[in-house]
Design a protein around this ligand. Structure first.
Ligand code: PLP
Length: 788
């Protein structure tokens, strides 16, 4: 037998007050100065009368159950007033004050019991329960719930924390009462739901947003206009309000929509989408909706079954609502959390769920994704690894695969500030919400950003052109160089990569399947480990630079003078060689003497990666004529920049229109600005130097154990590890390098490879990669090389 507490008695007690119509009309007249036509309304615990006054206005006289605490009534009154102030258009009842100015009065029922009497305005309309339910109606229900919770934000009252049997956060307390549920299968399901709530969901609920919510926004408490399908005309009955997780409001409304609709999942999603469109849900919240809807069904079913036993004389409609709860619980459990969550995420525009490691319901649809990818992106589009990596989430230096396994990202330089850095995300989101337009208008974000960017450069590099990618930046820089010099020849490094436009593809030997175009010449890579001139030999810089003389002569012979030398100042596609000091300065001098310009492609080296300087060209002691930026500029938001001298840009723009629809849009600039904030605030350039040196030292320390390691080099957090089969002959270990990439992945670390032989491990993590991450990488590399 149940132990029944006072609180239980309170909610099990269904005995409404029993005033006659005459008594009620006297109360209305004497205390509230209201007269008119009286009609009783249905209520479980209270006694309500509709009053139609002479002037046509409608009111409701509410005579509360004797056990009602005046504090509860005050809670409702204050909440309705708060809503009225915050959103006057929201259709909720207004509080009519008594003649003495109080919001309620006490009245005796002639049997010595006192009841609270109060008056609210009457809202017209029919309850949703009495009209055909449609998705439009449920969407509106979600929306109005969102509007109401927005209006209630910031409201509090001491009674908001009262104990309440329907409180979803206390559902575990109902667990001892489930034995009243007659159907064994339903009982088992409901017990499972309550147990899961207690173990997993209730602890999670503690950290989501809480506020005062209506708490019972269902089809009985929502009014519609039968002549205007889909419209909501009123919300009534604020008797279940409490301070609770905001998302519980969604689940309560959604659970009711589910009962009324054939397609339970669709109706849950429709309510959630409506709510989310007004009051955006957070990711943790959307992932709780499924369990909270289940919990609400479980609560309803348990309370109904319990009451049925304790107070058997209840109206039929209450008993009848028990079985639909069982059916809904069964339906939801059969459909499963993963499917409902996926639908909810899709409709509320959240990315696919990425579980925490070990979650039992992790989606494993990689095979299906590969097939779909081939279908719509073409069968030949390359991907990393023979078995492509399916990632759905990133944070800091970590990527998470579809099963939630964390992988240390030591490959990607685009998220320079770390994957999804909250500061960058926020900047993008806030600017997106405010304005996104183009450079033909005046707006401040582009100017703030351009000023900050040029303050980080040197010389007369003081004007910016904003585009959308590194390729585009290089393409425009190349066009400017040709225009300004009046020359057409291009110089690039062998194996260089500069992008994908037609012009830049010609300047990207690493892409070219056929030979070079006649207007392009390549310079040999200044690689003192494997190149023509090696460590220990004299005048490395000057000897390598002499190749520029040869290239200029060859170009001239082919009928072209050099317009520009475009150089990735980190030499990444050359295998990150240890470029001899003075080499680039010597080459630049020769190019300038031949009338060409220097374009420093900072797509790889820029933004502090090399640890000692913000830009690669600075480490080489140069001032280029143009600087191009891409990849890390926006931490993943598409953004490319060309910075040059005013006279170069002015001359070019005089000749041709220069406009990029998206280039330099306010959102891109907000992203760029936020990236600079993070680099500065988190000391990422210093970190690149310190962690990069630590990492190189750690890898060098394993050289006695692993003869595969021929050379370890690089600057800051750009590390090249050249693998050889024989340290004496330096035979490139290219096949083995690929194997190491796979082994590293198996060991939880992502890296890449580079160099003309593909035998240089490329380690180029987000700059939030710190010592503890370097230790993980070193250990994984140790294990991977041992397994070769
Ligand atoms: C040095 C360099 N320049 C230019 C580019 C092209 O940038 P995007 O892919 O943004 O066009 C890349 C891309 O990898 C690069 O590494």
């Amino acid at each position: 037998m149940d132990q029944i507490s006072n609180k239980d008695i309170k909610f099990l007690d269904r005995n409404p007050p029993q005033f006659s119509e005459d008594e009620a009309s006297r109360i209305a007249h004497d205390l509230f100065d209201l007269t008119g036509d009286f009609r009783p309304l249905k209520s479980e615990r209270d006694q309500n009368f509709r009053i139609r006054s002479g002037n046509g206005e409608g009111y409701v006289l509410k005579l509360s159950n004797a056990v009602e605490d005046p504090g509860v009534i005050d809670f409702q009154t204050q909440a309705l007033r708060h809503i009225e102030q915050q959103e006057p258009a929201l259709p909720v009842p207004r509080v009519i004050l008594a003649k003495d100015g109080a919001s309620f009065a006490m009245v005796g029922d002639g049997r010595g019991t006192q009841h609270i009497a109060r008056v609210l305005t009457y809202l017209p309309g029919v309850i949703l329960d009495e009209v055909t339910s449609t998705p439009a109606l449920w969407n509106s229900m979600g929306k109005i719930a969102g509007r109401m919770d927005l209006a209630l934000r910031g409201f509090f009252h001491p009674y908001a924390r009262q104990e309440h049997p329907w409180d979803i956060t206390r559902c575990a307390e109902l667990r001892p009462h489930t034995y009243h549920i007659a159907d064994a299968l339903a009982r088992q399901n409901i017990e499972n739901v309550l147990d899961h709530m207690a173990e997993d969901i209730l602890p999670r609920l503690k950290s989501v947003r809480h506020q005062v919510i209506h708490g019972d926004l269902d089809a009985n408490n929502t009014l519609t206009d039968s002549d205007q399908p889909g419209s909501i005309m009123g919300i009534i009955d604020f008797g279940d309000m409490l301070f609770a997780p905001l998302v519980a409001e969604v689940a309560i409304a959604a659970h009711d929509a589910g009962v009324a609709n054939e397609d339970l999942i669709e109706s849950i999603c429709t309510v959630a989408a409506g709510f989310d469109s007004v009051l955006p849900l957070e990711e943790e919240e959307i992932d709780l909706v499924y369990d909270l809807v289940l919990a609400r069904f479980a609560i309803t079913a348990t309370i109904i079954a319990w009451r049925k036993v304790m107070t058997p004389d209840q109206p039929d409609y209450i008993h009848e609502s028990e079985e639909p709860c069982w059916v809904a619980v069964d339906n939801l459990l059969t459909t499963g959390r993963a499917q409902v969550r996926a639908s909810l995420r899709r409709i509320c525009l959240f990315p696919p769920y990425c579980p925490i490691e070990g979650a039992d319901d992790a989606p494993d649809d990689t095979v299906r994704l590969i097939a779909r990818r081939r279908q719509v992106l073409g069968a030949r589009l390359s991907h990393f690894y023979s078995q492509p990596l399916h990632v759905e989430r990133g944070r800091g230096p970590w990527l998470y695969n579809a099963q939630g396994k964390p992988l240390l990202d030591a490959y990607n330089n685009v998220p320079v500030a770390g994957h999804c850095h909250p500061h960058v995300v926020k900047a993008i989101a806030r600017q997106t919400a405010a304005l996104n337009t183009n450079t033909r208008y005046l707006y401040s974000s582009i100017l703030n950003y351009a000023e900050r960017l040029v303050s980080l450069l040197t010389g007369d590099l003081s004007v910016c052109v904003f585009v959308n990618s590194g390729s585009e930046a290089n393409d425009i820089a190349w066009r400017m160089a040709q225009f300004v010099t009046g020359q057409r020849g291009a110089l690039v490094m062998e194996d260089a990569y500069h992008g994908i436009t037609e012009a830049i593809n010609d300047m990207t030997p690493s892409n070219l399947k056929r030979g070079l175009a006649p207007h392009v010449q390549t310079l040999v890579s200044p690689d003192p480990y494997r190149g023509k001139y090696r460590y220990g030999e004299p005048d490395l810089a000057e000897r390598y630079a002499q190749d520029a003389d040869r290239a200029i002569v060859d170009l001239t012979r082919a009928g072209f003078k050099p317009a520009a030398f475009m150089i990735d100042t980190a030499f990444v596609s050359n295998g990150i060689p240890d470029v001899p000091d003075g080499y680039l300065a010597a080459v630049t001098k020769k190019i300038h003497e031949a009338g060409g310009l220097l374009i420093a492609d900072e797509v790889q080296a820029g933004f502090g990666r090399i640890g000692t300087h913000m830009w690669g060209f600075m480490a080489h002691g140069l001032i280029p004529d143009m600087v191009t930026m891409g990849k890390p500029v926006g931490n993943g938001y598409p953004l490319g920049v060309i910075v040059t001298r005013p006279e170069i840009l002015d001359a070019f723009v005089e000749e041709t229109e220069l406009f990029s629809t998206f280039g330099g849009n306010p959102v891109a600039c907000a992203a760029g600005m936020a990236v600079l904030d993070v680099i500065e605030d988190e000391g990422l350039m210093d970190n690149a130097r310190l962690t990069g040196d630590y990492l190189r030292d750690g890898i060098r320390e394993m050289m006695p154990r692993h003869a595969w390691i021929g050379d370890v080099r690089g600057r800051g957090l750009l590390v090249g590890v050249e693998l050889v089969r024989d340290r004496a002959t330096r035979e490139p270990a290219n096949v083995e390098t690929n194997r190491v990439l796979d082994l590293m992945r198996q060991n939880g670390v992502l890296i890449g490879s580079e160099g003309s032989h593909g035998n240089v491990l490329k380690i180029r993590p987000p700059l939030v990669f710190r010592r503890e991450h370097a230790d993980i990488l070193i250990e994984a590399l140790d294990r991977s090389l041992a397994a070769l």
